[in-house]
Design a protein around this ligand. Structure first.
Ligand code: YH5
Length: 276
């Protein structure tokens, strides 16, 4: 069991992705209609998602910033409607302190922040809310992050960043026990950087904190297979299995049922105590 305050998750677990942005990369905003979004959330919960991640801000390369009001209008109704029909925990994918506050008040159990609480007031909001937070590594800003990112040692630099963000949160009074780390696949990384990170994932378990990994349908898988976004399910499963075999605790995925099945196989092998 992964214990994150009052949020308990049987790891390795799947975090189902629910985008409520009209311009999401991989769903094309298919879920920006509230009824469709709720149905998708229930479907993911029934398929075994341990948590549903709701994002109202697109972080695609080149994406524009959305206003706080826009983000609130997108995420709050769906958090409320999920809370009304299932017990599945919800995480809110946001960087804005007031969206964090409103989402938690509406029933979200976790914050997933691709800026790792670097926005002004974000650490303070987390300290006040006392819910688990995923701190993700991103080099640069979504608008420009894929413009020739460079590292001397991507694994060491991502690990050092995550360590420094844990330090900043703990120094501000946030409980280390509530922190999850994430190398941020595709966020200011080339294809080779993503492969290097996936091959060395064990080294990213900084301070022994749980690790979340998001590789589902991402461009690196497109480069490897030549497949379009919706054809990347098998490649996504393979990457998820590789990640879990190296200690990833939570896999952020679009294709929940397929990923849950794959992780059942990995878990059975891991429970023998051999090989992994
Ligand atoms: C993540 O890794 N990623 S949004 C491009 C795609 C498909 C999907 C080109 N939020 C992460 O999912 N939060 C996102 O095809 C995240 N970790 C955490 N913690 C990008 C995304 C995607 C991008």
């Amino acid at each position: 069991m992964l214990r994150l305050g009052s949020l308990n998750i049987r790891a390795p677990a799947v975090m189902g992705i629910l985008n409520v942005t009209p311009d999401s990369f991989s769903d094309g905003g298919r879920f920006d209609n509230p009824d469709v979004a709720l149905r998708q959330a229930v479907k993911m919960a029934d398929a075994g998602a341990a948590i549903i991640d709701i994002g109202g801000e697109s972080t695609r390369p080149g994406a524009k910033n959305v206003s706080e009001q826009q983000e609130l209008d997108r995420v709050l109704p769906i958090i409320e409607s999920i809370r009304a029909v299932t017990e599945v925990p919800v995480s809110v994918d946001t960087s804005k302190p007031d969206v964090m506050r409103a989402a938690v008040a509406a029933g979200a159990s976790m914050i997933n922040d691709v800026y790792a609480l670097r926005a002004a007031g974000a650490v303070a909001a987390a300290v006040e809310l006392k819910v688990p937070v995923c701190l993700m590594h991103m080099r640069g800003q979504p608008r420009t992050m894929q413009d020739n990112p460079q590292y001397d040692d991507v694994v060491a630099e991502v690990a050092a960043f995550l360590e420094s963000r844990i330090e900043a949160c703990v120094a501000a009074g946030f409980s280390e026990d509530l922190i999850v780390v994430d190398p941020g696949f595709g966020f200011g990384k080339t294809h080779d950087h993503n492969i290097e990170l996936l091959a060395n994932l064990r080294q990213l378990r900084v301070r022994d904190r749980p690790m979340l990994v998001g590789v589902s349908r991402k461009s690196t898988l497109g480069e490897l297979t030549g497949r379009s976004i919706t054809e990347r399910v098998p490649a996504s499963i393979a990457a998820a299995v590789v990640a879990v075999m190296q200690g990833a605790d939570i896999i952020r995925a679009h294709d929940v049922q397929e990923t849950v099945d794959a992780l059942k196989v990995v878990r059975a092998i891991m429970e023998t105590g051999k090989n992994l």
